[in-house]
Design a protein around this ligand. Structure first.
Ligand SMILES: Nc1ncnc2c1ncn2[C@@H]1O[C@H](COP(=O)(O)OP(=O)(O)O)[C@@H](O)[C@H]1O
Ligand SMILES: [Mg+2]
Length: 434
């Protein structure tokens, strides 16, 4: 389609004084033909004919001038072109953006805006698609004062979404007048992570405060009523030691979690024999298992299963899963540990035959501080951070944790990892040797 400006320049040029003659050419032509007919037939005299012609020409000149249709459409076509150009520029932006004219009618918008607001039409008032009174009020304010405004609002349906509208005035260039730019930023994720961080700090402080309060209580008792009671002192000191140990475990787990989070996007590059690692962790936990009357079976003991990973972190994974199986599955008296490499991903499988876990708890077990039974976990020396740590370590390794369990049927925890690309290394070695 030709540009409106080029279309206008191709129009034939007529001197302004004769323009009306060109416009009224058919009327004037018909009048001249009629008058010539009357003159030839002798019905009118030449003077009368000349007078009638003058009257007709005068009427044609005075008649309201009809504007060429192209000229009438020109501003609209120019507006459409501007709107298309603006929309093209906006399509490169990551947020929903709308451009309005001074009266609040939509001139341009991008695909993100369409996705966020549902239906948008060029030329319609912005209030048809963005029905947030505070934002519309700010748009009016910016239209009057030109000073930018920021409005935070929340959409409740279909899901809760926090957005911040940035509204600013912009001058689009000569003759184009003022535009109002409305940019919407989605703050939902940011607010969710702020809330999670707040909850985490509150939980961590609470977990630390409990043993600390107990320690302070015993110190006061030892300084006061139990000052001269050696039997009570020994008992209290023992409890104080276990509370201090609990605080220390909690701080260790918190530090491990934050270290893993810092490295979350760095994939470990070492190669680790998962089977040997599982055997050694099972051995190191056999005294705990023995204390609780639990027997640990390690399947596939002779195999080697090489995965890509960080040895210390994978040791924490195996320790947490096997220790949980011993502690929480104690009643089953048996824990099976297996390392398998028969599927798409090598994996560590830890199975117990204890009370199992009700389905409503399963999706939440890897949340920080989530426990099925808080006092049971505390009695067993738990911090509520073990499975959160396992999940984060596996994520960093490009693996995942799956939990299968039903009440009364024990539990199976599977840690999937990534196989070390042994074949590729062999190839590289061969290439270098040849
Ligand atoms: N093998 C298991 N059998 C039953 N419940 C388990 C098992 N493993 C974990 N859980 C439940 O999951 C919770 C969270 O585990 P974890 O994150 O390791 O924290 P902690 O062991 O410090 O309590 C435990 O408190 C327990 O309620
Ligand atoms: Mg644990």
């Amino acid at each position: 389609m030709p540009d409106p400006e080029t279309r206008q320049s191709r129009k034939p040029t007529i001197p302004a004084a004769l323009e009306f003659l060109f416009e009224a050419r058919w009327t004037v032509g018909a009048a001249v033909a009629l008058l010539t007919g009357f003159l030839i037939s002798g019905r009118l005299r030449p003077l009368e004919c000349a007078l009638a012609l003058v009257v007709i020409l005068l009427a044609a000149w005075l008649a309201p001038r009809r504007r060429a249709p192209e000229a009438a459409d020109a501003p609209k076509a120019a507006g459409d072109a501007l709107s298309r150009q603006l929309s093209a520029i906006l399509s490169g932006l990551p947020d929903p953006v709308l451009v309005l004219d001074r009266r609040g009618a939509i001139t341009a918008f991008n695909a993100h805006a369409l996705a966020a607001l549902g239906e948008i039409r060029i030329g319609e008032p912005v209030s048809f698609s963005l029905r947030i009174p505070e934002v519309l009020e700010a748009v009016r304010g910016v239209g009057v004062s030109g000073a930018p405004q920021k409005v935070l609002y929340v959409e409740r349906v279909p899901v809760e979404r926090w957005r911040e509208a940035h509204i600013a005035a912009a001058r689009l260039g000569d003759g184009a007048g003022m535009a109002i730019v409305v940019a919407l930023r989605d703050l939902t994720e940011q607010r969710r992570s702020e809330r999670m961080r707040g909850d985490f700090v509150a939980n961590a402080s609470h977990e630390l405060r409990t043993p600390l309060a107990s320690l302070l209580g015993f110190i006061e008792t030892l300084q006061g009523p139990a000052r001269n009671d050696p039997a009570a002192r020994d008992r209290f000191l023992e409890i104080m030691r276990s509370q201090a140990n609990r605080m220390s475990r909690l701080i260790d787990d918190l530090l491990s979690l934050s270290r893993i989070e810092l490295k979350a996007h760095v994939r470990p590059r070492d190669e680790v024999d998962l089977a040997a690692l599982a055997r050694s962790v099972a051995d190191s936990l056999s005294p705990l298992a023995g204390e609780r009357g639990v027997e640990i079976d390690v399947a596939g003991a002779a195999e080697t299963v090489t995965v890509r990973g960080d040895r210390d972190e994978l040791t924490r994974v195996a320790e947490n899963l096997i220790e949980n199986a011993i502690k929480y599955g104690q009643s089953g008296a048996r824990v099976e540990v297996a390392v398998r490499d028969d599927g798409p991903a090598p994996r560590l499988v830890v199975r117990d035959f204890g009370p199992g876990i009700a389905p409503e708890h399963l999706p939440r077990l890897t949340e920080r501080f989530y426990r099925v039974d808080v006092s049971d976990s505390r009695d067993k020396g738990g911090t509520g951070l073990g499975l959160a740590l396992v999940k984060h370590i596996l994520q960093r390794h490009g693996g995942r944790l799956t939990i299968e369990s039903a009440l009364g049927e024990g539990a199976v925890f599977t840690a999937e990892l990534q196989r070390a690309p042994a074949a590729k290394q062999g190839e590289r070695f061969l290439k270098r040797a040849s």
